[in-house]
Design a protein around this ligand. Structure first.
Ligand code: OFO
Length: 190
């Protein structure tokens, strides 16, 4: 590290006054990912509102936790860009759907969206490799692992909904189970 003062933040070293540590193209792509994560949060908040409205409080809780996780994903990238001396550029968040056929429809849409996010993370990783940006490759590894979990969770719930056929006591049981999910922040507070 040469020139500029160094400060420690979120376990990373920032060089104030130095030139940016990641390329312009990488910065733009990471800013786009912030927007995608924010849209994910918006989508799941909309699903939480819908399930609250139809009285499925456990499903509403699950989607509310998912909303909070997505906000943290966006903030991870936000903090990373700041730590790298790059500029955060927040963009317009698209309006998410507000009505859904049933819980199966919601989880199929959730899985489809997460597959889109997985591809987006993989594309970011490919770009970081192309740019020879080792720091961003390491940063993105957390997201690569997270996406495996995201898709596995959705597939598991879809499997359970298929088993019960979307009705009766089974739906009550799944609603109860999803009501147990809790949010645990993984972003270190300063
Ligand atoms: Fe951020 O993982 Fe879902 O979208």
């Amino acid at each position: 590290m040469t020139g500029g003062s160094a400060t420690r933040r979120s376990n990373q070293v920032t060089c104030q006054g130095d030139k940016k540590m990641i390329s312009k193209i990488m910065e733009k792509a990471l800013n786009e990912q912030i927007n995608k994560e924010m849209y994910s949060a918006y989508l799941y908040l909309s699903m939480s509102a819908h399930t609250t409205h139809i009285g499925l409080d456990g499903f509403a809780n699950w989607f509310m936790v998912q909303y909070k996780e997505e906000m943290e994903h966006a903030m991870r990238i936000y903090n990373y860009l700041n730590d790298q001396g790059s500029k955060v550029h927040l963009k317009k968040i698209d309006e998410p759907p507000t009505t859904f056929k049933d819980p199966m429809d919601m989880f199929k849409k959730t899985l489809e969206h997460e597959q889109f996010i997985t591809k987006s993370i993989n594309d970011l990783m490919d770009l970081a490799v192309k740019e020879k940006d080792h720091a961003t490759q390491i940063f993105l590894q957390w997201f690569v692992t997270e996406q495996i979990e995201e898709e596995a969770n959705d597939n598991e719930i879809i499997g359970k909904l298929e088993l019960i056929g979307g009705k009766g006591d089974g739906m009550f049981m799944i609603d109860k189970e999803l009501g147990q999910r809790t949010f645990v922040s993984e972003i270190p507070t300063e």
